[in-house]
Write a protein that binds this ligand. Structure first.
Ligand code: ADP
Ligand code: GLC
Length: 507
C-alpha cells in the first residue's frame, strides 16, 4: 500500500528540547525525531518559537535562521500573520521549523503564569495546529504521517480529515495522535469553536464536544487514524472509568486503534559516562569512578552535610497532584526519623512548593529543596542521589525512573502506568534472578510509600545487595531504537486505516 519504505513524517509538538521544556513531552519529541531519522525516514519537527525561552538557553542551541516564509490565518475575527524559523538537530537530518508569532508565543512561560493558564490558550494552539498544516502546504512537505502530541495539536487530525482532505500535498497524509497525559485535555467553552476553523457540525458527542465544551484532546482521539500512548499499562488504564478522565468511552470504542509504546531515553543527553552537566563520570563497569563524587558535590551544592554513609533520596518533578506529593507530605516525619537526606527540585502548585520549603527549613541537615527549573541540577540529582522517589498517583510513562536506572539511582515507584512497565521490585526472588531494579508499591497510600522507603533504607545497609540492584538497572537498554520501530508499525497501520475511516459510520 505504501509508495516507499521511507516515510515523510511531520512531528508536531508544543515543546521540544532544547527549544522549550516543561516536562517529558519535550524530551520525547526530540528523541523520537532523532530515532526516526536514524532509521532513514524524513523527519520534520514543528514547534512554536517561544523566543524568550529559546534565548534563555542559548548555550545548548543550534543556530536558528529565518526561512523567509510568511503566512496568515483568519482566527478569532483577526487575520494573524506569522513567520517560520528553522534549524537542524545537530548530527542528524531532522529539520526543525519554529513558528514565530510573537503575540502568542513570546511570553515568559509556555502555558501558564502564577498557576493560571493563559486565557487565550485555545486560540494560541488552534493557531499553532492550523499553522502546522499551512506550513506543510506552503513548504510542500507532502507528509505521509502527521504525528500529533497532546491537546495542543489535537485539532490537526480533524483538519486533515475535513478541510485538508484531498488537497494537493495531503493525498497520502494519515494522522497519529499520541496521548502523553489524559489529565490535560484542552477543554474550552463552546464559543471558542470558530477558532478551530471547523464546521459546527463537528461540535457533537462523537467528535469535539464534551459536556458543552470544545475538547481538543477528544478531537484528536476522534479523528486520528491511529492513537498511541506512552506505555502499555497506561493504554489499558485510560480505557477504564478510573483512568480515562471522562474519555474512556471513546477510547474503548477505538481500543483497536490504540497502542501503548514505552518511551525511551536519549543517550546523547542522559548517560552518566558522558553527561557534561555532572561533576564526575561513571558507568556500570566502574560506578566508583564517579558516583560517590557526584553525591558529595550534590550535598555540597544543596548545603547538606557531606556524608557518604547515609542514603540520599532525590525527586525532580512538576509539583502537581499527579506526582504524589500529598503522600510524601503525610509520611515525611516518619521518613525523616531515619538517618537519611532528601533533595527536591521542582516547580508547580504553590502549596507543594511552600510545604517542601517549610520541611527544608525545619530539617536543614536532612532536606534541601530548589524551587525552579534547572537542567543541570536535574542531572546532578539523578547522578548524586542513591534512590529516586516517584510515588505518582498516575504516570503515563515517566522518564525520571528510566534516567535513575541509567544513573544507578534506585527508583521507588508506585505500580502505575509506565512505572509499572519499567521498574522491577526488589525481593528475594528478583534479587536471586538479578532482575530487581528498584522498589515498587501498589496502593496510593502513605503507609505503603513509607514502608517501601524503609525497605530501601534496609537494603542500603547491605552494600553488596544494593550494588547488585544498581548494576541490574544500569545494564538495561532504554534506547529509542525499539520504540521508534513500534511507531513505524503504527504509522503503517495509520496509512492503511486512513482509507476506511470515512466509511465506518463516525462521520
Ligand atoms: P512529566 O512529563 O509528567 O513532567 P516525566 O518524568 O516524563 O514527567 O518528565 C519530566 C522531565 O522534566 C524530566 O526530564 C525531568 O528531569 C524534567 N524536569 C521536571 N521538573 C524539572 C525541574 N524543575 N528542573 C529541571 N528539569 C525538570
Ligand atoms: C507526560 C507524562 C509522563 C510522560 C511524558 C512524556 O507529561 O506525565 O508520564 O513520561 O508525558 O511522554
Amino acid at each position: 500500500m505504501l509508495c516507499s519504505d521511507k516515510l515523510r513524517i511531520v512531528l508536531a509538538a508544543s515543546e521540544a528540547v532544547p527549544f522549550s521544556k516543561t516536562g517529558g513531552l519535550a524530551d520525547v519529541s526530540t528523541a523520537l525525531a532523532k530515532a526516526l531519522d536514524a532509521m532513514g525516514h524524513d523527519v520534520t519537527l514543528i514547534v512554536p518559537d517561544y523566543r524568550v525561552l529559546r534565548l534563555a538557553r542559548q548555550e545548548y542551541l543550534p543556530v536558528v535562521s529565518d526561512t523567509g516564509l510568511r503566512f496568515g490565518i483568519s482566527i478569532g475575527g483577526k487575520y494573524v500573520t506569522a513567520g517560520v524559523n528553522w534549524t537542524a538537530l545537530p548530527n542528524t537530518g531532522v529539520k526543525v521549523l519554529l513558528i514565530c508569532q510573537t503575540d502568542y508565543f513570546d511570553r515568559p512561560q509556555l502555558y501558564m503564569e502564577a498557576g493560571e493558564g493563559y486565557l487565550d490558550n485555545c486560540e494560541r494552539y488552534c493557531f499553532f495546529s492550523r499553522a502546522v498544516l499551512t506550513i506543510c502546504q506552503q513548504m510542500v512537505l507532502r507528509p505521509d504521517i502527521v504525528h500529533c502530541n497532546d491537546w495542543q495539536t489535537g485539532l490537526i487530525p480533524a483538519l486533515l480529515h475535513s478541510v485538508y482532505a484531498g488537497r494537493p500535498g495531503f493525498e497520502n497524509a494519515a494522522s497519529v495522535m499520541t496521548l502523553h497525559n489524559m489529565a490535560y485535555q484542552g477543554r474550552f467553552w463552546h464559543l471558542d469553536m470558530p477558532l478551530t476553523g471547523l464546521d459546527w457540525k463537528y461540535f457533537n458527542l462523537n467528535h469535539m464536544e464534551m459536556y458543552g465544551d470544545v475538547n481538543l484532546l477528544k478531537t484528536g482521539i476522534a479523528f486520528s487514524d491511529q492513537i498511541t500512548t506512552v506505555s502499555p499499562t497506561y493504554a489499558n488504564e485510560i480505557c477504564t472509568r478510573e483512568g480515562g478522565e471522562g474519555l474512556d468511552g471513546l477510547l474503548g470504542y477505538r481500543r483497536g486503534d490504540l497502542t501503548g509504546i514505552l518511551n525511551g531515553i536519549d543517550d546523547d543527553i542522559w548517560d552518566p559516562n558522558s553527561d557534561p552537566l555532572i561533576p564526575a563520570h561513571y558507568s556500570v563497569t566502574n560506578i566508583d569512578a564517579g558516583k560517590p563524587a557526584c553525591k558529595a558535590r550534590l550535598q555540597e551544592r544543596l548545603g547538606l552535610p557531606s556524608r557518604n554513609d547515609i542514603p540520599v533520596f532525590g525527586m525532580v518533578s512538576r509539583m502537581s497532584d499527579q506526582k504524589g506529593f500529598d503522600l510524601l507530605a503525610s509520611c515525611a516525619s516518619r521518613l525523616l526519623a531515619h538517618d537519611i537526606q532528601m533533595v527536591f527540585l521542582g516547580t508547580g502548585e504553590p502549596r507543594y512548593e511552600s510545604y517542601l520549603k517549610h520541611l527544608a527549613a525545619h530539617h536543614p541537615a536532612k532536606v534541601a529543596i530548589y524551587v525552579g527549573f534547572d537542567e543541570s541540577l536535574a542531572h546532578q540529582i539523578e547522578a548524586g542521589s542513591d534512590a529516586f522517589l516517584m510515588p505518582s498517583r498516575f504516570e503515563p510513562c515517566g522518564l525520571n525512573q528510566m534516567y535513575s536506572l541509567r544513573y544507578g539511582t534506585l527508583p521507588i515507584v508506585r505500580k502505575v502506568g509506565g512505572l509499572a512497565d519499567s521498574v522491577v521490585d526488589t525481593n528475594a526472588v528478583t534479587l536471586a534472578t538479578n532482575t530487581a531494579t528498584g522498589f515498587v508499591f501498589d496502593s496510593y497510600d502513605s503507609n505503603a510509600l513509607a514502608e517501601t522507603v524503609e525497605r530501601a533504607i534496609d537494603l542500603y545497609s547491605e552494600p553488596d545487595q544494593w550494588r547488585r540492584v544498581m548494576t541490574n538497572g544500569m545494564s538495561i537498554d532504554w534506547s529509542w531504537q525499539n520504540s521508534a520501530k513500534n511507531y513505524i508499525d503504527v504509522y503503517r497501520k495509520a496509512l492503511e486505516r486512513r482509507f476506511d475511516r470515512t466509511s465506518d459510520g463516525r462521520e
